[in-house]
Design a protein around this ligand. Structure first.
Ligand code: FES
Ligand SMILES: [Fe+2]
Length: 345
């Protein structure tokens, strides 16, 4: 797969925020390496089953820890068997014998860890320097209380994160970009309302036929979206489909997408959610990806576009992003901003 360079400095990624980076069901007994924010991150579970996220590059000589195994809650590198506890300490260096990890090398060999939480079946990673008090992991109102009637799946787009978010926030492309699957959906977006509260964007719109009459409150296809900046969103299409989507940058040019549909229908809800999400991922999203990947310039550029009223949600998101990146640029430069302290063991 094509690789993309990362901008100088901190990669242009919005920091200080929780991102959905994976489906938590993907992390079982074996460690898993994912690439996010231009960094390979290994996910594993400690002896209590709690998620741990750390840089996947072994501090010894760089092997991918995701190829290793978990022993007594510590991750063991596949190359020379060094082990790292869930707090990042190096607790075994087999070639040096017992007690080697106490000879002062453990500190130098400590893993770089990241704040991670498992919440509602998603892996949430806090990207950016850890503040004294971490913000709560976001979630959405109006969703079923559990995941009994839900299905979750993941994909990747060969599209930069900001472009992917533009695609998510775009309502009025549906009758064109998804024409085969949306027969009868009108092209007029009216009414359309975007509201911003802190770092949350609420958008509501109705796609209907332009019959010259004001909306009667019934006709058309109603879409609602709540975006927890930067990349977590709840969406509902019509009455039946409610979903959650988490987007996170893989690197400067690609985006990881974790999607979930809820279908609160007794007995067959999970099956319907699965079918709906399969259709979304196999038929619909590739069309979005094709549109976005074909757009010029490749990355989002406000100056290069001529926005219309129906793009208001996209503009609200870009306004937040601009403000956050500006604050980051003006903040103290951090070469390695995400390191957590190694607790004295
Ligand atoms: S590279 Fe990991 S133990 Fe050597
Ligand atoms: Fe779409």
């Amino acid at each position: 797969m094509r690789r993309h360079g990362i901008e100088e400095g901190r990669g242009g990624f919005v920091e200080g925020a929780w991102y959905i980076i994976a489906d938590a069901a993907r992390v079982g007994k074996r460690p898993v390496t994912v690439e996010r924010f231009g960094t390979r991150i290994v996910l594993f579970r400690d002896e209590r089953g709690a998620l741990v996220a750390a840089r996947a590059r072994c501090p010894h000589r760089g092997a991918d820890l995701g190829l290793g195994r978990v022993v007594d809650g510590a991750i063991e590198c596949p190359y020379h068997g060094f082990r790292f506890a869930s707090d990042g300490r190096c607790v075994a260096i087999p070639c040096e014998g017992r007690g080697a990890s106490g000879r002062g090398v453990a500190e130098a060999l400590a893993l770089t860890r990241y704040e991670v939480r498992e919440h509602r079946g998603f892996v949430w990673l806090f990207w950016g320097e850890r503040p004294d008090e971490l913000p709560p992991v976001p979630w959405f109102e109006g969703l079923p209380a559990d995941e009994r009637h839900a299905h979750t799946a993941s994909t990747e787009w060969d599209v930069p994160f900001a472009r992917a978010m533009e695609g998510m926030l775009d309502f009025h492309h549906a009758p064109f970009a998804h024409r085969p699957w949306m027969p009868g959906v009108g092209a007029l977006l009216d009414p359309y309302d975007v509201r911003v509260e802190g770092d949350v964007i609420h958008a509501m719109g109705v796609l209907r036929h332009d019959d010259g009459a004001p909306w009667d409150g019934r006709r058309g296809w109603k879409l609602e979206m709540e975006v927890r900046f930067p990349g977590a969103l709840r969406l509902s299409f019509g009455k039946l489909v409610v979903g959650v989507v988490g987007c996170a940058p893989i690197d400067a040019g690609r985006t990881a997408i974790v999607g979930r549909y809820y279908m609160p229908v007794p007995a067959i809800g999970r099956l319907l959610a699965r079918l709906g999400l399969l259709m979304e991922f196999w038929l619909i999203q590739p069309e979005d990806e094709r549109m976005l990947a074909s757009s010029e310039p490749r990355d989002a550029d406000l100056e290069a576009c001529r926005f219309v009223c129906a793009d208001a949600g996209i503009l609200a998101w870009h306004k937040m992003r601009r403000a956050r990146l500006k604050a980051q640029r003006e903040g103290a430069p951090q070469a390695e901003p995400r390191r957590l302290p190694v607790e004295a063991g």
